[in-house]
Structures are given as C-alpha cells and as structure tokens.
Design a protein around this ligand. Structure first.
Ligand code: NIG
Ligand code: FE
Length: 387
C-alpha cells in the first residue's frame, strides 16, 4: 500500500540538498510513503499516483521528533520533590534513590505499564524515535529487567547502571563501578545499544566514568554521557575524548568544553525540561551553535528532573529560554536528535528515509514555538503507518 500526503503548505525536510538551511523547506509539496519509507517527495502537482491520499489542507509537515534522552522505566512519583524545588529547595540528584527504591519494589507489569504509557504519550505529541535508559534498578537483576523493558519499547535502549552509587555500596563505590563494568554490563548488554554514565560530583568521577564507558565500548555499545549538568566538570571532555555520540545537559561549560565539542563528532544534547523543573540556569545554546557545535534537544523524561514527554514544549522552551531560533530548535529536535543517536534514516525526509511524518494543525513549523503548550501535532505517520 502506498500513501500520498498531498497539499502540504510547508514541508520541512532537513535535507541540505535544498535551499533554506537548516530546515530545507519546500512549499506546496507532497510526499509518497511506501514500504515504511519515503518513496518520493516534491512539488504537489508532480506527485505520482498512490493507493491512498491524505489531504494536509495546506498545513505544515515535518519529520517526526527524535527524542534522544529519556528515563521512562521507573516506578513512583516525586511530585512533592518538585513542589519543594519550586518553593526554593535546590536539586542535588539525591532524589534518584527515591525512584530506585520504588523501582526495585515494583513488579515488571507495573514498570512495563508506565513505560508503555509514556511511550504512547510521547508518540501522540510527535515523537517517532525515542531513546530509553535504565538506571533506576542499580542491581544486576534490576538493571537487567529495566533494560529488557526499555528494549521492549525502543531499540534505542541505554544501560545507565552508573547513574548513582546505590546505598548498599555507599562505603565502597569502586566495588560498585567494578560490578557495573562486569556482571551488570554482561546482564544488560543483550538489550542495550548504548552505555551512559552520570559524570558529576556526587555520582561518578572522571576515572570511574571512563572505566564504565570503556567497558561498554569493549562490548560494542555506543557511548553517551550525562555531562556538566550541575557543575562544570570532566564529563564533556571525557565524552569527546572517547568519541561519545552525545554529551547530554551541557548546562555548565568552560571555553575548553565548547572548543572540544566544536572540534568533535559529539553532539551537545540540551534538555530544557531539566532546567525548567530544577529552576536552574539554561545552557547557553547560542554559544554552542556559534562555535559550530551540533546541538540536539531532548526531553530527559524522568520522574525527578523533567517529567515531560513533550518535544513541542521543549522546542518552545529552547526558543524562549535558550535563544535558539525556531528553525534551529526544530532542527535540533529532529535532525539533531538523529545525529545524537547516529541515525541517518530518521529526523530527515528524503527518498529512502523512514516514513515518520507529522502533520501540524498550523501553516508553519514556527507555530511550535509561537503557540506553546497547544497540541498542534494533528496526524502522525510512524514507520509508514498512519496512527
Ligand atoms: O538526567 N542527572 C541524572 N539523571 C537524571 C535525573 C534523574 C532523577 O533525578 O531521577 C537527569 O536529569
Ligand atoms: Fe537524564
């Protein structure tokens, strides 16, 4: 079955072959979808025949969002921690252990129900590719089952056994690092594409983080780093040194960090939901973009620091609070996320790309920032299927 999406007022392709970088827009366009892929795109009048037709009625169409950072395998609720922060309490990362306790106590069905619900919630808002981390189990058995559940909802699954040191290892953190690098990695690896580490004071230092990332790389996993979230530190430079796909957060950067990112293939993934929800200063997106760093936007969806699954909301936040242009923010939420996951088949619309398309209830991508909080994603084609 082929599907013609016709009468598109503004088509965002992210294809550098077109004028108008970075979004590569076409006007009065059409797209043909067949076998889960984009089979053709171009001027509406030139479209080949197809089995079915969807009339976009002059609206904007863009690639599905690529949310390259989430933690949706968890149990419990930390609404009261959020309320305390809004009343002035700082975020220290200590609340992670509250979620670890709840996650360990929860059955697989409970954890699965939450992950499936949040995956569906994200898709309804246009997220057609979602990365999902473990990191609230922190024992061999709990990390293995969290990874398994992550992999059930997404092939972009990430082992985050090095999230924090769990209480039973508080007096011997290096033994915990050895466990993460050994038995825990062995148990998680069959369900993981990536390994991640929270490189931060109070979590894992540079040597510990390097050990975890090297062990993951030796097993064939790609690398990601939670870097420079709460303070400047070694995370970003470690990510670049080891060729990580992404350094995530990048809230507190030195000039050397920016230079390192600019000369590398490591994407800086910015997570405005975390700054919003911890009442922190936002990362300096302009400084990164002007230095030539590739920037992605993601939700960081988790019960502690950013309980949103909404990429459109992150786009609006990035424009308002991080001074990204609407075009930069939409690119970062689609093509940028794809770069952060080292994927060439998503985040872009061109012949042969995966058919992930969003039809907006709006004439332009601009409305994603111009109309914050409004559910503008009207129709979703995910992997070639109209949902
Ligand atoms: O990305 N920084 C570390 N991990 C999460 C927070 C997790 C939590 O507080 O539960 C983050 O913000
Ligand atoms: Fe995170």
């Amino acid at each position: 079955m082929s599907l013609l999406v016709d009468n598109i007022g503004e088509l965002v392709t992210n294809d550098p072959a077109y004028q108008d970088p970075p979004l590569g827009r076409l006007h009065d366009a059409a797209v043909v979808v067949e076998d889960r892929q984009v089979a053709w795109l171009g001027p509406a009048g030139d479209a080949p025949a197809a089995d079915e037709r969807l009339d976009a009625e002059g609206a904007a169409v863009l690639p599905g969002f690529v949310d390259s950072h989430s933690h949706i395998v968890f149990a419990g609720d930390r609404g009261s921690e959020f309320a305390a922060r809004m009343a002035g309490e700082p975020y220290t990362g200590g609340g992670i252990l509250t979620t670890v306790e709840a996650t360990r106590a929860a059955g697989d069905d409970t954890l699965r129900a939450t992950a499936v619900r949040l995956r569906a919630e994200a898709l309804r808002q246009g997220t057609t590719t979602l990365e999902v981390k473990s990191g609230y189990g922190l024992s061999v058995a709990d990390e293995a089952r969290c990874l398994h559940l992550a992999f059930e909802v997404s092939p972009e699954s990430t082992f985050l056994g090095a999230h924090v040191v769990p209480p039973e290892y508080a007096q011997r953190p290096d033994d915990y690092v050895a466990l993460v690098c050994g038995e825990m990695l062995d148990a998680a690896e069959p369900y993981a594409r990536w390994v991640d580490v929270f490189c931060e004071r109070g979590a894992f230092d540079a040597d510990q983080s390097r050990a975890v990332l090297a062990a993951g790389a030796a097993k064939g996993l790609g690398l990601r780093v939670h870097a420079n979230q709460l303070s400047a530190g070694p995370g970003v430079q470690l990510a670049v040194e080891l060729g990580a796909a992404s350094a995530d957060h990048c809230t507190h950067l030195t000039s050397a960090d920016v230079d390192a990112l600019a000369g590398s293939s490591t994407v800086a993934t910015l997570l405005p939901g975390a700054e919003f929800s911890t009442r922190s200063p936002y990362p300096d997106a302009r400084r990164l973009i002007e230095a030539g760093v590739t920037v992605a936007l993601a939700t960081d969806c988790n019960p502690g620091t950013s309980y949103t699954s909404s990429m459109p909301w992150c786009v609006a936040q990035a424009v308002r609070e991080m001074r990204m242009t609407p075009a930069e923010a939409v690119w970062a939420a689609t093509a940028g996320g794809a770069r952060a996951l080292r994927r060439e088949d998503v985040g872009v619309l061109r012949t042969g790309a995966r058919a992930d398309l969003l039809v907006l209830d709006a004439p332009s991508y601009l409305h994603l920032a111009y109309r914050p909080g409004v559910p503008l994603v009207q129709q979703i084609i995910h992997n070639g299927v109209l949902t």
